[in-house]
Design a protein around this ligand. Structure first.
Ligand SMILES: Nc1nc2c(ncn2[C@@H]2O[C@H](COP(=O)(O)OP(=O)(O)O)[C@@H](O)[C@H]2O)c(=O)[nH]1
Ligand SMILES: [Mg+2]
Length: 221
C-alpha cells in the first residue's frame, strides 16, 4: 500500500485577467462576481473534495498569484511543494494563450514534471475568441497536456479539472513508486468535440444545474 497525501497543493497559473482568482473562489466557495479586483501577492483557499479514484477525501489547496513572471522569495514560496498546476488562458485574450508555453516551462523548472492541465476559460465569450479551437487543441497536443474548456462564471467544468489533476498526481506518485520514470498522459480531452460549442455548452450547463442541486462540503480559510 502506498500512503497517498490527503493534502494537495495546486497552483493556478496564467496571465492577469484570465479568471484565476474567480476559478479559485468558484471552486472553494461557489461564488462568482463580474467585478474585477487585482490579486496582490500570493493567496490560497482550500476545499475538501471526494476523489473517486482514491476513494477518499482530499484537501485541495489552490494557490493564487498576480500572474507575473518576476521571481522573488514570494514566488519561490508559491511553487514550493506544488503537486499540480492549472495553466489558464482566456478565450478573449490572445496574449494569455501565447504565454502558456512559457508558464508550462516555468512550472517545469521550479517543480519538475508535476501534474498539469490547460484550461481555456470564458468559453461563454466564444464568439469573441482570439484563437481558433484547432489552435488551442494543437497547443495542448504539443505540450502533451489535457485540455479543458471552462466557464468559471457558470461553474462549468471547474471541478472536473481539479479532480483530474489530483488523480493524475496520484497516478504519477504510484508510477514513481513502481520505478517507472515516465508517465504518459497524452489524452487530449475536448469533451463532446463532435458537438458544436453552443450545443456542448447547453448540455454541460444542464448537467451543471443537476449537479448544483447537490451540496458540496467546502472548507474556507
Ligand atoms: N465572461 C466571463 N468572465 C469571467 C469568467 N471568469 C472570470 N471572468 C471575469 O474576468 C475578470 C478577471 O477575473 P479574475 O479572476 O480576477 O482574473 P485573474 O487576474 O486571473 O485572477 C473578472 O472580471 C471576472 O469576473 C468567465 O468564465 N466568463
Ligand atoms: Mg487574480
Amino acid at each position: 500500500m502506498i500512503s497517498l497525501q490527503k493534502e494537495v497543493k495546486v497552483l493556478v497559473i496564467g496571465s492577469t485577467g484570465v479568471g484565476k482568482t474567480s476559478l479559485i473562489k468558484q471552486f472553494c466557495r461557489g461564488t462568482y462576481t463580474d467585478e474585477y479586483s487585482k490579486t496582490v501577492g500570493v493567496d490560497f483557499m482550500e476545499k475538501v473534495q471526494h476523489v473517486d479514484y482514491l476513494k477518499q477525501d482530499v484537501k485541495i489547496m489552490l494557490w493564487d498569484t498576480a500572474g507575473e513572471h518576476a521571481f522573488n522569495s514570494i514566488t519561490r514560496n508559491y511553487y514550493k511543494g506544488a503537486a499540480a498546476a492549472v495553466l489558464v488562458f482566456s478565450t478573449t485574450d490572445r496574449e494569455s494563450f501565447e504565454a502558456l508555453a512559457r508558464w508550462r516551462d516555468t512550472v517545469m523548472e521550479e517543480c519538475g514534471d508535476i501534474a498539469m492541465a490547460i484550461v481555456q476559460n470564458k468559453v461563454d465569450l466564444i464568439e469573441r475568441a482570439a484563437m481558433s479551437s484547432e489552435e488551442a487543441e494543437a497547443l495542448a497536443r504539443h505540450l502533451n497536456l489535457r485540455f479543458y474548456r471552462t466557464c468559471v462564471k457558470e461553474d462549468l467544468n471547474v471541478a472536473s479539472v481539479l479532480t483530474y489533476l489530483v488523480e493524475l498526481h496520484a497516478k504519477k506518485a504510484r508510477y514513481k513508486v513502481n520505478g517507472n520514470e515516465k508517465v504518459a498522459d497524452s489524452i487530449i480531452r475536448t469533451p463532446r468535440a463532435s458537438l458544436s460549442m453552443s450545443e456542448s455548452l447547453k448540455v454541460q450547463l444542464q448537467q451543471q444545474k443537476q449537479a448544483s442541486r447537490r451540496t458540496s462540503k467546502c472548507l474556507l480559510m
